[in-house]
Design a protein around this ligand. Structure first.
Ligand code: SF4
Length: 90
């Protein structure tokens, strides 16, 4: 993780700049929330980001996903009518 993208939050941990604010907006998030966004450091993102699952990506609700969407006035994701898998990049 590039040092210029993080802020020290305690002696042993850092957070992405912007995620320690209200409302949170990671400095690596590009685009407009609710219209289309992408992570500009997707391949280098932290383990916290890698471990976060959007609701229904593993067949169940993630209440943290719903809360993050609600913070931006977005409704929870609806359960898709079919099973799907996220694409795996080569
Ligand atoms: S996935 Fe990317 S944009 Fe989202 S919080 Fe992590 S670093 Fe930021």
């Amino acid at each position: 993780m590039p040092d210029d993208l993080v802020v020290q939050i305690n002696p042993s941990r850092v957070a992405m700049i912007g995620t320690d604010q209200k409302p949170a907006r990671c400095c690596s998030l590009e685009g407009e929330v609710g219209s289309g966004t992408r992570c500009s450091i997707y391949e280098q993102r932290s383990s916290v980001c890698r471990d976060f699952e959007s609701s229904w990506s593993q067949g169940e609700v993630n209440v943290d996903c719903d809360a993050a969407r609600a913070a931006f006035g977005l409704a929870p994701l609806e359960q898709p009518p079919y099973e799907f898998e996220l694409p795996i990049s080569a």
